[in-house]
Write a protein that binds this ligand. Sequence first.
Ligand SMILES: Cc1cc2nc3c(=O)[nH]c(=O)nc-3n(C[C@H](O)[C@H](O)[C@H](O)COP(=O)(O)OP(=O)(O)OC[C@H]3O[C@@H](n4cnc5c(N)ncnc54)[C@H](O)[C@@H]3O)c2cc1C
Length: 416
Amino acid sequence: MFTYWDCDYLLPQPCDVAIIGGGFTGMSAALTIKRFRPRWHVVVFESEAMGTMASSRNAGFLCLGSPTELVSNIQNYGVPVVEELLRWKIMGASLLLHYLKKTISIYHKSVGYEIFSTDFPEPDRLNDQLVVLNGMLRAAGGPAQYFTKMQKAPGGWSPAVENPSWVRMAWEGQIHPAAAVARLRLQFQNLGGIISTHHPVTSLEPDSSGVLLHTASGYIRSRQVLVASNAFAAKLLPKLPVEAHRAQVLITNPLGKMPFRGNVHFREGYMYSRDVGQRLLIGGGRFLDFAGEKTDRVGTTDRIQDYLIEQLSTLTGMRSDELPVADRWSGIMGFTPGRLHPIMEIREQGMVAVAAGMNGMGTALGPYMGKKAAEMLIQEREGRAIHLPQLGFFPGSLKSSRVLSKKKSKEEKGLE
Ligand SMILES: Cc1cc2nc3c(=O)[nH]c(=O)nc-3n(C[C@H](O)[C@H](O)[C@H](O)COP(=O)(O)OP(=O)(O)OC[C@H]3O[C@@H](n4cnc5c(N)ncnc54)[C@H](O)[C@@H]3O)c2cc1C
């Protein structure tokens, strides 16, 4: 239970903003508020002990999406929705890189590939769509000619894929997800923020001073709350259209010779593989058992894990016994059925904000959604329009936010 000391120093009642969820979304919101409203008392509650349910255990691709994934998104949701999503990812990735300060042990600049075998239908059609995608990306503030044309992969790239072709993406980031979350937490704490891990919030209740957050250790009063618990958001806000889905990955032991370097995507983004030093990581395969993987429980299954190793063998041309597995794990993602965008809303007279359902793209998207949520909360509290400056640069982009606003605004200087 909370003691007098806890409440006097860590959890003054009411605090200004309580954030539920310490992943990329919650930490970005927390950092934004502390940076631009340094005197506000901000507390983050995270139910996991060390990391998070997705951000710190994911595959570490900082990316905008593979070509066929984006084409399929356009078919399902239309150009404006996808263009907006790309804009958000570009701003989110820039923001994350700004926070990570491009630290070599956390972020590695890489390239991306989508790989196809000879039986890929209608390559000319894909090439036309790539021209459209490049235009959309440019309009969204990204670099020019981000996607190359589909072309033959260099000889011997993958002996097991018949005549492989690829589309190359000019930039993709590789991050160390646990180190990235730890870095965000450290920065927030350095600004005077409080993080309470291993501390699930069990329910929310309106209160005269704002919102009452119930936890196993007692309750906390807060003027405002941000629900950034992604896959678990509907547990606190029933009827919120966010579903929990599991994702599984595995990583090999160090390999003598690396068959490839970079981020590799295939099967419309459902499969992904990358190098991690001398190791290879592969993830995906949810389509093998969509029903079984629609769960909020971590765990791995033989069916998907066997498929992952089989696919890694196909990709690399190496036998599965040449790919010794060092670790297998899973995490839980939040999906918003029937829509591409996450849920981003403010409710209860501006006291509760929601930024959840990152649809498996939260490394780039979450930081932007967190910043937007912070902006919404500040705006509600102060009763005036707030536009916080965008921080960071997107690699290779001419249209960086700093170029757009060279002069440091009052907000940027963090003044109240
Ligand atoms: C295995 C795997 C691989 C992935 N690979 C990639 C990738 O390469 N690139 C990419 O862009 N995306 C990837 N994703 C998706 C990405 O990780 C997520 O979209 C992103 O991390 C979501 O961030 P978030 O902060 O919104 O949510 P989370 O990281 O899930 O953070 C929300 C947190 O809220 C906590 N929480 C839940 N309920 C409560 C409560 N009641 N009280 C307190 N805390 C609570 C949870 O423990 C959780 O840690 C992957 C996901 C997984 C699982």
